[in-house]
Write a protein that binds this ligand. Structure first.
Ligand code: ZN
Length: 133
């Protein structure tokens, strides 16, 4: 079951510039930084209430985030919903005809398992399912 919004992913070109900007806006002094090799992204994140904001920059030109920015520019990239069991969720949604980008959960930031649904199936909204390991 999808139970809450875990985080909102924002695509940015330059993580240093954007993390400084968001630190200023939200008065954040403990921004968390990490690189997710599997997703070819660098992430800077902080919490607003129970929701994480993840500033996400590409590590190279072949990163899906680089392609997103090239097509659409910087901005909101995805909304991530927390699940108890991402793989079970993917199977159910697939059976209901929802197109998936990932058929199986993959490693994501914050030591979570993640998978994306195809935005063609979800009114253009890129939705991620995530689960604590
Ligand atoms: Zn995410």
């Amino acid at each position: 079951m999808l139970k809450s919004i875990n985080h909102i992913g924002i695509a940015v070109k330059d993580l240093d510039v954007s993390s400084a900007l968001f630190s200023k806006i939200f008065k954040v002094d403990n921004m968390h930084f990490e690189t997710v090799v599997e997703q070819k992204v660098k992430v800077a994140s902080f919490k607003i209430g129970d929701v994480l904001i993840e500033l996400t920059a590409p590590t190279d030109d072949s990163s899906p985030i680089a392609k997103f920015i090239e097509k659409k520019g910087e901005g909101i990239h995805h909304i991530a919903f927390e699940s108890d069991n991402v793989n079970e969720e993917l199977n159910e949604l697939s059976e209901q005809g929802i197109q998936l980008i990932n058929n199986q959960a993959q490693p994501g930031a914050h030591d979570m398992l993640i998978a994306f649904l195809h935005p063609k199936s979800t009114n253009g909204v890129l939705m991620e399912l995530c689960q604590n390991k």
